[in-house]
Design a protein around this ligand. Sequence first.
Ligand code: R5P
Length: 298
Amino acid sequence: MTVIVGYPGYMLADALAHRLGLEKISVFEKMFPDGEMYVRLAEHDKVRLEDVILISTLYPEQEKRFLKTLLLIDAVKNNNPRRVTAVIPYLAYSRQDRIFMPGEPVSACAIVRSIRVAGADTLVTVDVHSPRVLECFGGATINVMTSDLLVKQALRYVENPVVIAPDKGAFERASFAAKTLGLEYDYLVKQRDKVTGEITYMPREITVHNRNVVIVDDIISTGGTIAEASKVLLKHGAKSIVVVATHGLLAVNAISKLEKIGLTKIILADTLAIRHEHPLIEYVDVSERIASVLRTST
Ligand code: R5P
């Protein structure tokens, strides 16, 4: 087996290669003066007749990384591998997982389908926003769940918390972690205005009074969802809040928004090719969870 690292400096790829004891193949890359990208497998002969794992996350610079992933898959396919497994820990555009308003694309499906068309035999994601979109791949897919690892890390900071999903979509992730660790769980009812994006919460009985809370979500982008959920929970008497999320994009002013709330900690998986250095933020290495799935499936 061989690992190809899509981007130099992507720590999760390095950790995965190390855990699997696989050789990494370096990629030569450059930009043409007109802005188009060029990639070349530096040791292309090493993928011939091999089971190749290509690990490439899609944040930051989603479009560039997506295109580069497609080009790398094509480069591998041109060298006669036995199988290609694309490990995409963060699948960009995953939240546009259906048509919310007429005329929209199902972006998540378009991305997944393109990875298949480029030549991947298997697609591995981590806590993908909507596992349903993996059906668009038309081949073998695995969604690796890591919320239990993140909540376990949260237990270093809070005793006997109740695990809360900020919306119904995150409930499976939250309940998976809570059940694994023997904790209570619940969810908030969230509504997002399709045009303005404004979030409001439907009333729901939340038993968080005087309790420590761990909020579990898949993505933190602007921080709006977590900020609102935290306010609702604090209003209902929560004693302390730790936030765990798999993909911490923390776009625009998300960090300054979240640091005003009084959170105890924000715990993120190391799925992105970016790390935010901040005293509130802590990363969990999820490479062993991905490696164990790959050991049994490839
Ligand atoms: C939404 O359904 C997702 O699971 C996340 O809750 C959402 O994408 C987070 O985005 P933001 O941080 O911008 O509220």
